[in-house]
Design a protein around this ligand. Sequence first.
Ligand code: B1M
Length: 800
Amino acid sequence: MKILDFIKNNILVLDGGMGTLLQSRGLGAGELPERWNITHPDIVRSIHQSYYDAGANSVSTNTFGANLLKFSREELEEVIKAAIENVRAAKEASENKSEKFIAFDIGPLGKLLKPYGDLDFEDAVALFAENVKLAEKYGADYIFIETMNDSYETKAALLAAKENSSLPVFVSNAYGSDGRLMTGASPAAMIALLEGMGADAIGANCSLGPDQLVSVANELLKYASVPVLLKPNAGLPEIRDGKTVYDITPDQFAKKVSELVDLGIGIAGGCCGTTPEYIEKLSALCCDKKPRAIEKKNHSLVSSYTHAVDLNNSPILIGERINPTGKKLFKQALRDHDLDYILKEGLDQEAAGVHILDVNVGLPEINEAEMIREVVCELQAICPLPLQIDTSDPEAMESALRRYNGKAMINSVNGKPESMSAVFPLVKKYGGVVVALTLDENGIPTDADGRIEIAKKILAEAEKYGIDKKNIIFDTLTLTVSSDKNSAMVTIEALRRVKNELGANTVLGVSNVSFGLPNRDVLNGIFFTCAMENGLSAAIMNPYSAEMMKAYHCFKVLHGLDENCAEYIDFASNLTNITANSPQSAIKSEKNDSTESLKDAIIKGLREKAREITVKELESSKPLDLVKENIIPALDTVGKGFETGKVYLPGLLMSAEAAKTAFEPISAALSQEKDNSERMTIVMATVKGDIHDIGKNIVTLLLENYGFKVIDLGRDVSPERIVEEAIAQKAPLVGLSALMTTTVPAMEETVKLLRASLPDCKIMVGGAVLTEEYAKMIGADFYAPDAMGAVRIAESICVS
Ligand code: B1M
């Protein structure tokens, strides 16, 4: 039986943990577990068989970390071939009579993708592709992508699976206790992305126990139209007698997971800490249950790397400003490749309250496919809003969709056969909600009937590609009312009928209605209200227009879509200038200044802008004042946002990058002032396990500026390496930095080792988590609260 047929009528019981079982059978620290497929096949097979014997219907190959970053091409093939053979042998040897499948396991590559890390998206796709091809070649039943904690890497893996094999693909992510992936995605965002790209089952594994995964499971079930899988840990980890153990028993585990099966989970197993005993209990409770019929959910989701936007709820605002049409400065920015100009336009619209950003960068004299890909990559690195890929060129559309970290809105397709045959395959492959213009080879019908007919034709054609109605949003086309007095009402009638008769969503670019008329915003605002009253799902609009925003917020309040009128109150109380002559300026003027300070540029992660402002500021400010007054407060703000769950890791990384670019001209300015009389050698390092080095670099720079020779060992440096260098340099002073509570023990360890090896060497410590008291407690000689404090300490040692 094929696995996809099996899961229609049966609960699929998966296996449990592998790593700890291998360790208990002798796998040493630092050994690659995947190599055991070749070196210890009997042990690997016996573990697999114990899971089949316990009642698992599916066992995963021991290939979690097998990839070309760790193995040569030849070795990889050997490992994968052996891994699949090991599961097959276990399957044949098991006397359990239930249906059995072989899952080919794919785990994360262990590297962050650009721009947060150094691995290119296409390189990640190529790495995963290698595994997928071998999985199919050696006979796995399906691909199981698991424990992914980054949406972009998950997309790379799924794309590789889809492009390189015909096997079914299940995808499972590791959610944290905040219910999100490490890089920020919510379960709804992952459903949007993965279902859009055709994953056959979607779920969660690892990181938490079944109790903590209940809300993730519920959210997955709420949005998914494919089977949902769950593979929790055996509860939460605890350290007992120096060993990691998990806090729930096999019975408790099985009971909880089987309750979740009753709620709709169709595929269940265990992850870290679970053993064949857990799976046996789980199988006993679940194997006779029948899965719930998969209900097709009607959520029209678009998503970014953090969240999903549902077009079925209240009206959605799509910012129209990233578009060169009629904008001289924007066109020039495109010709000059001035990406910061475009990014700022995105961030300003986000601040103005839009939910989605339209991205149109088409100019005849530029390479649109390259430019749109670049803009999409840069925008998604700093802005969490979903994007609408707006281009009529299918090559540009694909180039943007491929790199987009989420499920995009796609603008647009129309009723012409050549448009549908070019765009629908892209929607099917990459996922997306596509804007469908109700026009075709005969032009735009002048009446609503004609537009409805085209809409029906588009729906019928989309169905042939397997594209659901929920992933089509109809634009019934706003024409200029001053050139045809009936046009606005035809558009509205068509819109109402699309909504009511076809049950599909609708979108309009509202501003067209007022071309050629004075005070266009007034008319646009009323037209927008009229459209919303008739079922408009989303508007492509100018968020700096007070009239449009007034219409939107009033509509929401009056329709009971604004809980406690909170959004309205926030909007209206800030709109001090509603009656001024230029309503647009009331909103826009506030936003214009928003990235003019270095602090803001760093908070927003604008790297080039940060450098540019720094260079300018250095003409009138002291380098260290810029650090104190801008860089540190900016990083503090982002750090607080991160702590409170408002900023995710990518945002933190982009701000750190912006701080680094700001630091380059500061560093150059400081070295010009440098006092070259070298006074003393200091060995400096961020301690083991800690990769924060911005603060340490500032301290180093200032010490050098004051004439000290600093040997900077970098970050994540082991105690042994620090001691080795301190001995080699006969250093009278060692400086240690640590930014996390979890790395203070490494600092203490380093202090102890230094004391033992170099009793005369003084030790200075610093970093945000430390205090004077802490420094004493761990045995350091000095605590420096900041860079200047470090200089004073170094000077005091120099003198003595
Ligand atoms: Co992370 N990070 N981070 N981070 N990060 C913090 C430290 C955190 C407080 C944020 C938060 O949650 N609020 C938190 C630690 C929580 C805790 O333990 N209490 C945290 C976390 C949790 C993490 C990760 C675990 C996140 C994750 O992956 N889930 C991860 C850790 C990875 C690891 O280290 N193993 C992580 C990663 C990162 C980035 C890579 C994204 C980036 C670092 C980039 C880099 O350094 N190259 C980053 C950043 C930027 C921060 C914040 C926002 C800013 C740190 C900073 O550079 N501050 C930070 C929040 C915060 O501190 N507000 C945060 C500016 C810098 C100039 O100040 O380093 O304090 P500081 O240095 C000062 C003084 O302390 C002193 O002088 C400097 C200048 O005045 N000083 C010394 C420092 N060292 C000294 C040594 C001396 C003397 C003085 O003598 C030797």
